[in-house]
Structure formats: structure tokens, C-alpha cells
Write a protein that binds this ligand. Structure first.
Ligand SMILES: Nc1nc2c(ncn2[C@@H]2O[C@H](COP(=O)(O)OP(=O)(O)OP(=O)(O)O)[C@@H](O)[C@H]2O)c(=O)[nH]1
Ligand SMILES: [Mg+2]
Length: 339
């Protein structure tokens, strides 16, 4: 299961109550008030954590509560503070108002934290109300309620590069070949049902993150196949790679696929097509590929695509090199072209 959208109610802890108490000791008559203050309720804090990739933990969770503060004690004892509730979310999580959909926070960096609901203040014990003219206040105040909010968490993965293509084109195979990850691949459409994230680690420790998303087909904007919902995971990428099946094994041509993919992306958000991109023609080992590649070049002479056999890891090094120079040279990202 890969959950990337959840609705939850968050409740901070109520403050502990202040108490009414009297000092009672031998030989000290009328010892006076000694009721302590209540402790503050725990707050709800949301923290972005790079070790987490999805919102799965929140599945079936409706209400998440921080601890209450403890009541004050006798002899001026202050009640203990309620424990804060720290909720971890993946980097790239948007916190939205559940009703209006307004984005309240966008957690992009690991370690970034937001106190979403403040714990309630503790009540005041009767000792506090002692004055020269009121030496025996017999009242205290209750702890305040903690804040609460109804939110929606929505994950938009943070990656440098997004892989888009028809189902079965070899996106996941290419991700496995480029980055050091093992993701599920299969000789049937829609093997990938949720985004996969991987990174290329270069020798100088520089990293480029890639997101592989489920396949897109014609009519995806009308919810055909898995729809276009997953495109939000490439909204934040700086570059797109169109992965096209050059073998035509599913009875289509890469030129047609490319046209359809661009149309579908535009229907989701035209800004996606403003991103720098390049094209990869995959499955070059298949016999039919040669003709399809020629056909593609005739239709799109300006594209200059990479050619790979992702299955065997052939032709992937030039892509790695290109991605590195792209990410190091973000200023000139518009100039990225195929190999
Ligand atoms: N012949 C050949 N087959 C390949 C190549 N790359 C991938 N495949 C095969 O194509 C099939 C689909 O590969 P995937 O990587 O699962 O394709 P995908 O684009 O991720 O597909 P979805 O997850 O369904 O969208 C698998 O059976 C792969 O083994 C290649 O370069 N040559
Ligand atoms: Mg896949």
C-alpha cells in the first residue's frame, strides 16, 4: 500500500488543572494556600523526515492526540507537562486545511517542523491568588483546552527527475538500471501502482533523485488506466524523461506514444511541458526498434533521443552523465537536450 493523501484530526493535549490545597503542618495553624499550577498540554508537531517515503502510517488513523498536562499538586507542586506528539511525514508533504484545501505548510526539507496545535495552558493553583487581603483563596482555574485542527496531508514527492511513459515502456527497468534500486518490473501494463523513488549516487557523492510513476495511457485525463493523479509526484521535478517503447511490442509506435503523452500532460497541467526534458527510446534490442526509431526521428527531428536497452543496462551511462551535468548546472537547465 502506498498512501499519499490522508485526512486526520489533530488534537493537542488539555492543560492540567490548577488545584486548591492548604498547607497543613503541625504547629502551623492556618498554613495558607498551597495548590500548584497544572502542567501544559502536549502540542502536536509535524516533522519532515527523509527516511519516510509515504503516508502509510496514517492509514486508518482518524484522530491523533497529544497527552494532557498533569494537574497541579499540593505543596505548590507544578503538574507535569503533557508529552508532545511528534508526527513524521515524508519530505514533500503539504499540510492543507481539510475544508478549504488551502495549503498551510509545505514541508520540503528533512527536519523541518511545524507546531500545528499548541497544547493548552495549565490552570492556576490557589496559591497564586493569594493577596494580603485575600489570604485563603478557595478557587483555582482549570487547564485550557488544547488547539485542534482538521487537516489533509498530501504528498508530492521531491525528486529531481520524473520518468513518464506508457505502461510497459520500461520506466521501472530504466530506474533500476540508472539508480541503485530494485523496483518491481513486469511484462504487463500497470506493474507500477505507486511511485518509486531512487537516486543516482555519483563518485563525488552528488545525488540525483528520480521518481518513476505509474504508466499513462490515452484518455488518462478521463481516468482511463490509473488516471493522471500520480502526475502530482512529478510536479516538483526539475526535469522529465519521456520513456518510449521503441519495440512497438504493444502495437503502438513511439512517435504516437510521445504525442499522446505530451497531450495528456498538458491536460493535467501545461506547466509540466515547460520543464526541461529529454526522450529515451527503450528496448533497442528488439528487432522492430530500428524502424520505429527512424520513424520517430522523422516525426521529431529536433528531439535527439537517448537510446537504451534498459534490461541490459545498455545506453544508460550517457543518461547518468547528462543528469549530473544538468543538476549541477541548474541555471542552464533549459539547454538540456538528448544525447
Ligand atoms: N526487450 C526489452 N525488454 C525490456 C527492456 N526494458 C524493459 N523491458 C521489459 O519490459 C517490461 C516492462 O518493463 P517495466 O520496467 O515494468 O515497465 P514500466 O514502464 O515500468 O511499466 P508500468 O509499471 O506498467 O507502467 C518488462 O518485462 C521488462 O523486462 C529492454 O530494454 N528490452
Ligand atoms: Mg513500472
Amino acid at each position: 500500500m502506498f498512501i499519499d493523501r490522508v485526512k486526520v484530526r489533530l488534537e493537542a493535549g488539555k492543560g492540567g488543572n490548577g488545584v486548591v490545597a492548604w498547607r497543613r503542618e503541625k504547629y502551623i495553624p492556618k498554613g495558607g494556600p498551597c495548590g500548584g499550577n497544572g502542567g501544559k498540554g502536549g502540542s502536536v508537531i509535524i516533522v519532515a523526515d527523509e527516511q519516510i517515503y509515504s503516508l502509510d502510517w496514517y492509514r486508518h488513523k482518524r484522530v491523533l492526540k497529544a497527552d494532557k498536562g498533569k494537574d497541579g499538586g499540593t505543596n505548590l507542586r507544578q503538574g507535569g507537562k503533557g508529552k508532545d506528539l511528534e508526527l513524521k511525514v515524508p519530505c514533500g508533504t503539504l499540510i492543507k486545511d481539510k475544508e478549504t484545501g488551502e495549503v498551510l505548510h509545505d514541508l520540503t526539507e528533512s527536519g523541518q517542523r511545524v507546531v500545528l496545535c499548541q497544547g493548552g495552558r495549565g490552570g492556576i493553583g490557589n496559591n497564586h491568588f493569594k493577596t494580603p487581603t485575600r489570604q485563603a483563596p478557595n478557587f483555582a482555574t482549570p487547564g485550557k483546552e488544547g488547539e485542534s485542527s482538521e487537516i489533509e496531508l498530501e504528498l508530492k514527492l521531491i525528486a529531481d527527475v520524473g520518468l513518464v511513459g506508457y505502461p510497459n515502456a520500461g520506466k521501472s527497468t530504466l530506474l533500476s538500471a540508472l539508480a541503485d534500486v530494485k523496483v518491481k518490473t513486469g511484462a504487463y501494463p500497470f506493474t507500477t501502482l505507486h511511485p518509486n523513488l531512487g537516486f543516482i549516487q555519483y563518485q563525488d557523492f552528488h545525488r540525483v533523485y528520480l521518481a518513476d510513476i505509474p504508466g499513462i495511457i490515452e484518455g488518462a485525463h478521463d481516468n482511463k488506466g490509473l488516471g493522471l493523479e500520480f502526475l502530482r509526484h512529478i510536479e516538483r521535478t526539475r526535469l522529465l524523461i519521456f520513456v518510449l517503447d521503441a519495440s512497438g511490442i504493444d502495437g503502438r509506435t513511439p512517435a504516437d506514444d510521445y504525442r499522446v503523452l505530451r497531450e495528456e500532460l498538458a491536460k493535467y497541467d501545461t506547466e509540466l511541458l515547460q520543464k526541461p526534458y529529454f526522450v529515451v527510446l527503450n528496448k533497442t534490442d528488439a528487432e522492430e526498434s530500428k524502424d520505429h526509431i527512424e520513424d520517430f526521428t522523422r516525426h521529431f527531428p529536433e528531439e535527439n533521443p537517448f537510446q537504451t536497452c534498459a534490461e541490459l543496462g545498455e545506453g544508460v551511462q550517457p543518461i547518468r552523465d547528462q543528469l549530473k551535468s544538468f543538476s549541477l548546472d541548474d541555471e542552464n537547465s533549459q539547454s538540456v537536450v538528448g544525447y
